[in-house]
Ligand binder design. Structure first.
Ligand code: ATP
Length: 250
């Protein structure tokens, strides 16, 4: 674990054998000492209440990555939160590339291999009207999870490679890429994030169903806009802007 501290990306490491969720621990750490929280990495071996977006359950079985990273940005605007989520996905894809895994990004927060979810990213941003003063980025990356239930549509590094992988090696890479990518956003280079996102994306030009409480939209994912929102073209030619709802591939 201490090895993770060798980069400038990580200032403090908090390690838990077991916790409810690394997001909960990250919140406590930032509440207790905001000034020291910057670049803190919270790592757990197991989680009992892992979360996805909208309080969905994140299955936390097996030797996977469960981690959260706290970053106190200098120059991020409230609308940059989605780009931080993209940065999280790109960082995971680049880290998995190092062990020969070809993962793709599904808008907005998932990484897939052969259309099965290998990782998810969660972003919790604290902002006022003009800026974000804290972001906590959570990662669940399925590494050595072997007995994945059929109905989950999940996969893992183990399932893809049939080999056990050092999860801390992958986490180290993720955090290093993530820090570099967040800096790009801070330096107003969001176009670079969009370029990388497009390079690894598997959402655009696919037929999708958008699932939300109030409506169901079917159409083609045509593009993302300057805010990172997904544009979906419905059959009658109307363009809908999707800001946070879930996407299902048809
Ligand atoms: P979707 O369910 O369409 O992927 P989403 O991208 O918003 O929606 P998240 O909130 O990111 O989903 O993640 C939660 C969902 O991911 C769960 O509802 C479940 O379907 C799936 N899931 C939960 N745990 C895992 C896991 N360890 N690996 C892969 N998928 C998981």
């Amino acid at each position: 674990i201490e090895k993770l501290k060798h980069t400038t990306a990580v200032e403090n490491i908090f390690f838990f054998e077991n916790t409810t969720s690394t997001m909960d621990e990250a919140k406590k750490i930032s509440e207790n000492n905001k000034n020291l929280a910057h670049k803190s990495l919270i790592v757990a071996l197991n989680q009992t209440q892992g979360r996805g977006r909208k309080n969905r359950h994140w299955l936390s079985f097996g030797e996977n990555i469960y981690a959260s990273y706290i970053y106190l940005p200098k120059n991020l605007m409230p609308q940059d939160g989605l780009f931080v989520m993209f940065a999280g996905c790109i960082a995971i894809v680049l880290a998995l590339k190092q062990i020969g895994i070809d993962a793709k990004i599904k808008w907005p927060n998932d990484c897939l291999v052969s259309d099965k979810k290998i990782a998810g990213v969660l972003v919790d941003a604290k902002s006022d009207i003009s800026s974000i003063d804290e972001i906590i980025i959570g990662f669940g990356v399925n590494i050595n999870w072997a007995d994945i239930p059929e109905e989950t549509n999940a996969t893992s590094v183990y399932e893809v490679t049939k080999k056990t992988t050092d999860r801390l090696f992958i986490l180290d890479k993720i955090v290093q890429y993530l820090e570099a990518l967040i800096k790009l956003i801070e330096n107003k280079r969001k176009s670079n994030i969009i370029k990388l996102w497009r390079l690894y994306d598997t959402t655009l030009s696919r037929k999708v169903e958008i699932i939300s409480d109030s409506k169901k939209i079917i159409g083609k994912a045509s593009d993302i806009d300057e805010y990172g929102f997904l544009l979906v073209e419905t059959q009658n030619g109307i363009q809908r802007i999707i800001t946070s709802d879930s996407v299902r591939f048809l």
